[in-house]
Design a protein. Structure first.
Length: 228
């Protein structure tokens, strides 16, 4: 999928999540673009499916989505770098540098980080859209797949401060289907990961520290279901 198509699919999914268009209307608009060579938003406006005001709000949402994905990717970058260092310490794979096909060369660290960042940004944008569309459990699973492989090989001193709960949401609740809605804090002042390092390594061999501040969870929820 090209970058242009990815952007269109993001904008289209935002419009679908907001209930402004249907999936069938999005497909029809994308087909119309093949002949009119206009932007997706312009095409939807011409078809009478969207107003200028609705398009501007959706484009702003798309920009915020991209910014949020970039910020989260930046926060995860120390863990990615550490994970890459761990992988380099592993025994070499069956194919050595000498066995690489002709005209191919190993990627440099900078090139590898760029590839990782692009893929992570795109995955995070899709994850945020999925959560916004109501599929929170799938979003949590996807986030775990992104983060846990990196965290499994690392350790750090973790701490939280200024954790606050809303007085009306102090208890977890059991649902009739057996699932549990967990209580979450309404906000966390700071979460710190100090001295991030390879598991078992001395504290002096650190990749640095990460601090997450002013975390707002007032609109967040977490539901856990056990599956056979």
């Amino acid at each position: 999928m090209t970058m242009s198509n990815q952007q269109h699919s993001r904008l289209g999914q935002i419009l679908i999540n907001k209930g402004l268009i249907s999936a069938a209307q999005l497909d029809a608009a994308i087909q119309a673009q093949l002949s009119n060579h206009k932007r997706l938003g312009e095409t939807l406006i011409e078809q009478g499916l969207l107003s200028e005001r609705q398009l501007k709000k959706a484009l702003k949402k798309q920009t915020n989505l991209r910014l949020a994905a970039t910020l989260v990717a930046a926060l995860l970058s120390p863990f990615q770098m550490a994970s890459a260092d761990i992988q380099r310490m592993q025994p070499p794979a069956a194919m050595s540098r000498q066995e690489l096909p002709k005209n191919l060369r190993p990627l440099t660290d900078v090139e590898m980080s760029n590839v990782n960042a692009q893929g992570l940004n795109e995955s995070l944008e899709g994850l945020f859209l999925k959560a916004e569309g109501g599929d929170g459990l799938a979003a949590v699973k996807q986030l775990a797949k992104l983060v846990m492989p990196m965290l499994d090989s690392l350790e750090a001193e973790t701490s939280m401060s200024d954790v606050r709960y809303e007085t009306g949401k102090t208890q977890s609740t059991l649902n009739p289907d057996g699932s549990v809605n967990l209580r979450l804090p309404s906000s966390i002042g700071e979460v710190r990961f100090d001295n991030i390092r390879i598991a078992g390594a001395p504290r002096e061999q650190t990749f640095g520290s990460v601090s997450l501040q002013q975390i707002d969870l007032s609109q967040a929820s977490l539901k856990i279901s056990l599956r056979p």
